[in-house]
Design a protein around this ligand. Structure first.
Ligand SMILES: [Zn+2]
Length: 511
């Protein structure tokens, strides 16, 4: 017997076998039972989640001689013919390859005839968004006056590219990405059935890489099972060349330790092994996103499928970053991955960003370090020492402030809580500022200028207006870029604290 790939061998045959789309299956089964299937249905959703399989099951259920509880019997002639693809009344068209208007005209002619051997004539058009405009229009003509006993099932990964006049004539069903646990469950069943040994971590990694698509997961399992007796994490990782999450655990550890040299070396090593720069950047962004989720105790499917050891380490790492910093790093990496498409010296662009990240932890600008890096001088030791000094200084100041704070009214804390409800981004940012001065309802606070776009003056003013207590908030932004401009501001330039902060951060008064 010839070899049948898993994706085909384990394709669902009945509604109850369709995984992870219960919301759709239930509606369809009921529609079959009550004989209320609309003329046109649109199945939309990501690739490989069961759209076409469900369409075939529906076609069988519509024509089965012994439908039971909305399910096809799989035994009658009609069921068997459809399963084997030789039923003339169930026509499958691939929108991606049959793009011409002729095919649709042909389809229109076919639709005109009464079904030959089955009760219903069913047209399944896969990737319907790929049809040409002319083909769409021809299709529309049929849909305007659909013949009795003709059903259309359109499948698409891009519903937004299906013209509205078609969309409006379809009952739409949105298929979901499959959760990792569901994919792993199915992989386990198949492994057991095929006598394939596995490591759970290996199956987890397959499911993670399949990004919610069962078909992709099964074809990966297929490939590995052909080469190896056992599905291991390492094999999956090496065959599909994805960056190991553990690589990022180690990389972020270097970020936390401000081991600039180690970071750049790891990156170069990766390139030597032939890894793609863009993939690296987007996976790195992804890892920082994980850290954000872990820091805030948010459990998603991806988080719960992390290897326990990685989970623990990443959770610990997340404590070294503020939410604002994690957000900023993730955002910058995403921006970088977009920029890379047009960059000429991609390696240098990425190295610059990598050198920036460790110093974003304490919110200081690092143009100077980037300059040094470009000159290929790794002088990180001195910088680390300086940073450590600064941090100690900062901690001490904070402790002193705290003592005074205790006597103060909690108006600022209340305001932060208020902002967090109204505008969580602003609230979180405010929480992470450096408090400069505090007297009753007067608070002076400073932020790196990278937060200027978050803490816009009009936004803050509106929040203060809506806040039901009196608060007088003064916000300063500092930046480290050399700026020789004289400071001219209403009296602030004489304020001792302001001068101190300006001197320390080489900053300027914004408002
Ligand atoms: Zn049947």
């Amino acid at each position: 017997m010839s070899y049948i790939v898993f994706a085909r061998k384990y394709r669902p045959q009945r509604f109850e076998d369709v995984i992870g789309q219960d919301h759709i299956v239930k509606v369809l089964k009921n529609a079959v039972k009550n004989n209320r299937i609309p003329h046109a249905l649109l199945f939309s959703g990501p690739r490989g989640v069961g759209k076409t399989s469900t369409a075939r099951i529906l076609a069988m259920a519509l024509n089965c001689e012994n439908v039971e509880d909305g399910e096809p019997c799989l035994k009658c002639k009609s069921c068997r013919d459809i399963m084997e693809g030789r039923d003339v009344d169930v026509v499958e068209i691939d929108g991606a390859s049959n793009r011409g208007i002729d095919e649709i005209r042909d389809l229109r002619d076919k639709a005109g005839y009464v079904a030959i051997s089955a009760k219903n004539k069913v047209f399944i058009i896969d990737e319907v968004h790929m049809l040409t405009k002319e083909a769409f229009n021809a299709l529309l003509k049929i849909l305007e006056e659909p013949p009795e006993h003709v059903k259309f099932i359109f499948c698409t990964t891009e519903p937004f590219n299906v013209i509205p006049t078609i969309l409006s004539r379809c009952q739409r069903f949105d298929f979901k990405r499959l959760p990792i646990v569901e994919i792993v469950k199915q992989l386990k069943i198949i492994c057991k059935d095929q006598n394939i040994e596995y490591e759970l971590e290996g199956l987890n990694l397959i499911a993670q890489m399949a990004d919610g698509g069962m078909r992709d997961a099964l074809s990966m399992l297929d490939q590995i099972a052909l080469m190896h007796k056992k599905i291991t994490y390492d094999d999956v990782n090496s065959i599909f060349g994805r960056l190991d999450t553990y690589f990022f655990v180690k990389l972020v550890q270097k970020v936390i330790e401000k081991d600039l040299k180690g970071i750049i070396e790891s990156f170069e090593e990766l390139l030597m092994k032939g890894f793609d720069i863009e993939t690296f950047v987007s996976e790195f962004a992804n890892y920082f996103h994980y850290l954000t989720l872990l820091k805030n105790d948010i459990t998603t499917d991806e988080i719960s499928s992390l290897h326990p050891e990685i989970f623990e380490k990443a959770k610990e790492q997340s404590k070294h970053f503020s939410n604002t910093t994690l957000n900023q790093i993730t955002r910058e990496l995403i921006e970088l991955s977009n920029k890379l498409k047009f960059a000429s010296n991609r390696k240098m662009v990425v190295e610059n960003q990598l050198a920036r990240i460790p110093f974003m932890i304490d919110g200081r600008d690092i143009d100077e370090i980037i300059r040094l890096l470009n000159e290929k001088k790794f002088t990180e030791k001195k910088i680390v020492e300086k940073k450590i000094d600064e941090r100690i200084e900062k901690v001490e100041t904070k402790v002193e402030e705290k003592k005074d704070d205790e006597k103060e009214d909690l108006v600022f804390e209340k305001f932060i809580e208020f902002c967090k409800r109204k505008d969580p981004v602003v609230g979180t940012a405010l929480e992470n500022g450096d408090l400069l001065e505090r007297k009753k309802d007067y608070i002076k606070i400073s932020f790196p200028d990278s937060l200027e776009y978050v803490l816009k003056e009009d936004k803050i003013k509106n929040l203060i207006k809506d806040f039901n207590e009196k608060i007088n908030l003064e916000i300063l932004f500092f930046k480290n870029v050399k700026d020789d401009n004289k400071i001219i501001n209403n009296g602030l330039e004489k304020n001792e604290n302001v001068l101190k902060i300006i001197e320390r951060f080489d900053g300027e008064i914004v408002y």
